[in-house]
Write a protein that binds this ligand. Structure first.
Ligand SMILES: Cc1cc2nc3c(=O)[nH]c(=O)nc-3n(C[C@H](O)[C@H](O)[C@H](O)COP(=O)(O)O)c2cc1C
Length: 199
């Protein structure tokens, strides 16, 4: 296979041991993330995906919001593992917050009523494509990342902290940074159970 994409997809893994030693300047990482999302397809070219890219103190603020939100609901006796996990994300260089703009979805539902039920689904699918694309683009430049979901617990405080529109629905958080540990083993189910090809 002469694909250049397959090795990149193989290179994209969940990295949970992050550091701040990025090989690229923050501006280049920021531009890479923006362009990757800009080029990701969306239903009716609706471009419903939004992103907030956090570095430095803003990145630390996000993980402080997550930690304090969880501290209020996780029993104190069980909090130590949560605390350690949140610290491992904060140890990275930045975080991408992925949103889907619900105003875009509502307008599509209004304008194309026959597809109304599909637009929320297509918005989610498009957001997932953007997440994979960013994760892979970061992997290509040697940046490790993982995909986290502390929404909806943190939604209100995130929106208030960064003054985000009410229509932006938080869908995922992607902490990223230098790869500070090898990736874990990954197993794959039998192809025969997943794929059929007919000719
Ligand atoms: C839709 C989706 C949701 C995920 N949610 C989480 C999550 O909340 N926390 C987490 O640590 N990993 C999450 N993951 C990462 C998966 O666990 C991981 O991609 C999978 O185990 C394969 O490992 P790999 O990423 O190293 O290839 C998610 C992945 C996907 C595609």
């Amino acid at each position: 296979m002469t694909s250049t994409l397959i090795p990149l997809l193989r290179q994209r893994r969940s990295q949970y041991v992050l550091g701040r030693d990025l090989a690229l300047p923050q501006d280049e990482v920021d531009a890479l993330i923006r362009e990757t999302i800009r080029l990701t397809p969306s239903a009716f070219n609706s471009q419903s995906s939004r992103a907030v890219i956090l570095f430095g103190d803003a990145h630390l603020k996000l993980w402080s919001i997550v930690k304090e939100t969880l501290r209020a609901i996780v029993p104190a006796a069980n909090f130590a593992s949560t605390d350690t996990k949140i610290d491992s994300f904060a140890a990275g260089a930045g975080t991408v917050l992925f949103f889907e703009d619900q105003d875009v979805v509502a307008k599509l539902q209004h304008d194309y009523a026959a597809y109304a039920e599909n637009f929320p689904i297509w918005s989610e699918q498009s957001g997932g494509m953007a997440q994979l694309a960013v994760w892979t683009a970061l992997a290509e430049v040697g940046i490790g990342a993982s995909l986290q979901h502390y929404n909806p617990l943190i939604d209100a405080e995130v929106a208030a902290t960064w003054g985000l529109p009410a229509s932006w629905k938080l869908r995922a958080q992607m902490p990223f940074g230098s790869n500070e540990a090898p990736f874990g083993e990954k197993t794959f189910m039998d192809d025969a159970e997943r794929f059929h090809t007919f000719r």
